[in-house]
Design a protein. Structure first.
Length: 494
């Protein structure tokens, strides 16, 4: 092929191979800012790109714009100055070569899967300002499909041992939706733009799976403002991992650790059936900031090392029932398969999360984990009956030190009941039609656990029943006062 050539509106029904050789660039001057090889509005059944020679040229760029690629195969590349761009195209296939300078995909739709293996740099992006409906309409008609049909397909990116990975969405900042006219374009096909609706953005079934190997010098993985049906991170990463401002329905972190640290900021699902799984990972340098754990329908932590994990500004469920979504199962897809020590593992995970939250200064959320860890402790078979009884009583009386309303309510309820029985045993109520309003005032003396036994009547008028219920009242009221104080001091204790 001759450099700086443009190929348009071609259909290649058979396999097509692009061979880039040194002889193509003899006596060809480098042209700054110009694409070396361009394919526009082309259709390929199978395309291969091959380069068996190192080429002394500043930059060799190949672009495919508004193209359909039934199958893509790029493996044999020797020269280190080759970059490949796919824009507004439909494709699938495999790219595997550590010599390629950069692979970029913008506004592309995968017909199925794309494998990106051992590359230097991968950039996957969606930019709304570059959506041109006329171009897409022509492409859809050429391959006999439509937007709703192809966008709803599962689109899977499998990225293995790539040094730099970027995935981002540049969304429309205005309130306009649908078709609009662009101001600064003279071409009628490029003058008509399109802004996606929220439903259309959510319809893209994009799945991103990233795997790391320790022998690869990763520099950075950056996922910003993404909308993913699933994100999977696996392996030992040398570089940084940053996932920010993204809606991720299913988040899987498996056998993962990061040497420089990983950050998850402002993450939440966009579906009611969502999963978050962290499995056999080292989270020592991982920071979860403003992650909405409460919005995921199923969460599992299994055999992880938390170390110095930071958890800040995250949202967790408010009651024990909602915490049932937190599991400690080996496979999140089979939550019913639990091990014999399931409840003990669950209890220890809750304690670790509590400690991480306390170390981050989030005592409000850490108190929740204190409560649910104690509730989980009740399900462990080796716990004695008396310990289970204590845990049950504390759960009911003040929700393991979280509720001041419960002990206050129980104290008033029990004291009123005991006071009425106390008065009945003395014959001071229900014995005439007259109401002694002074008894209301004496109730507060009865509520005082230090009151004298003859605070209402002389000792001669007391009987066994009245003394017994007076004593029982002191026990119950004293217990609930203690539970009230314990809950009231929940932010002061450590």
């Amino acid at each position: 092929m001759n450099p700086y050539t443009l190929i348009e509106n071609r259909d290649y029904p058979n396999s097509y191979k692009i061979i880039i050789s040194k002889s193509d660039f003899v006596n060809v001057p480098y042209q700054e800012g110009k694409i070396t090889f361009s394919f526009i509005n082309c259709r390929f059944n199978l395309i291969e790109i091959e380069n068996n020679q190192s080429i002394d040229f500043k930059d060799i760029s190949i672009q495919f714009v508004n193209c359909y690629i039934g199958d893509l195969n790029i493996e044999n590349i020797v020269s280190t100055n080759i970059s490949i761009f796919f824009g507004s195209s439909i494709l699938q296939g495999k790219i595997k070569n550590s010599n390629i300078r950069n692979i970029s995909l913008n506004n592309c739709i995968l017909n199925d899967s794309l494998f990106l293996i051992e590359l230097n740099s991968v950039n996957i992006s969606l930019t709304e300002e570059n959506i041109f409906p006329i171009h897409w309409k022509k492409l859809f008609e050429k391959v006999k499909t439509n937007f709703s049909e192809i966008s709803s397909k599962k689109q899977s990116y499998y990225v293995y041992d790539t040094k730099k990975i970027t995935h981002n969405i540049n969304e429309n900042e205005s309130n306009n939706l649908g078709i609009y006219r662009r101001k600064y374009s003279h071409d009628i096909e490029n003058k008509i733009g399109y802004f996606l609706s929220e439903e259309e953005k959510d319809s893209f079934n994009i799945n991103l799976s990233i795997s790391y190997s320790p022998n690869i010098d990763h520099t950075q993985t950056k996922i910003i403002n993404a909308r993913l049906d699933s994100l999977s991170l696996k392996g030992f990463a040398n570089g940084d991992q940053i996932v920010e401002n993204s809606r991720i329905n299913d988040l899987y972190i498996h056998d993962f650790s990061s040497q420089n640290g990983a950050e998850f900021y402002n993450i939440k699902p966009n579906s009611v059936n969502s999963k978050l799984e962290i499995h056999k990972s080292n989270l020592d340098k991982v920071w979860f900031d403003n992650v909405s754990f409460k919005d995921y329908s199923l969460i599992t932590f299994y055999r992880n090392k938390f170390g110095q994990t930071k958890i800040t500004s995250c949202e967790f469920p408010d009651n024990y029932k909602d915490f049932e979504k937190f599991k400690t199962v080996e496979n999140i897809h089979y939550p019913e398969k639990i091990t014999s020590n399931y409840f003990k593992n669950r209890y220890e995970v809750f304690l670790q999360l509590k400690q991480r939250l306390e170390n981050s200064g989030n005592f409000y959320e850490s108190q929740k984990f204190q409560s649910i860890s104690n509730d989980a402790l009740k399900s462990i078979e080796t716990i004695s009956k008396w310990d289970k009884f204590i845990l049950k009583v504390n759960s009911i009386s003040n929700n393991h030190g979280l509720s001041i309303k419960r002990p206050l309510g129980f104290m008033i309820l029990f004291s009123i009941v005991f006071y009425l029985i106390y008065l009945l045993s003395l014959g001071r109520i229900f014995n005439s039609n007259e109401i002694d309003y002074n008894l209301i005032g004496y109730y507060f003396s009865f509520l005082d656990i230090t009151h004298r036994t003859d605070f209402l009547v002389s000792k001669d008028e007391l009987n066994g029943f009245s003394v017994a219920f007076d004593y029982l009242n002191k026990i119950f009221v004293g217990f609930f006062i203690y539970q009230f104080i314990a809950a009231f001091r929940k932010y002061g204790r450590k």
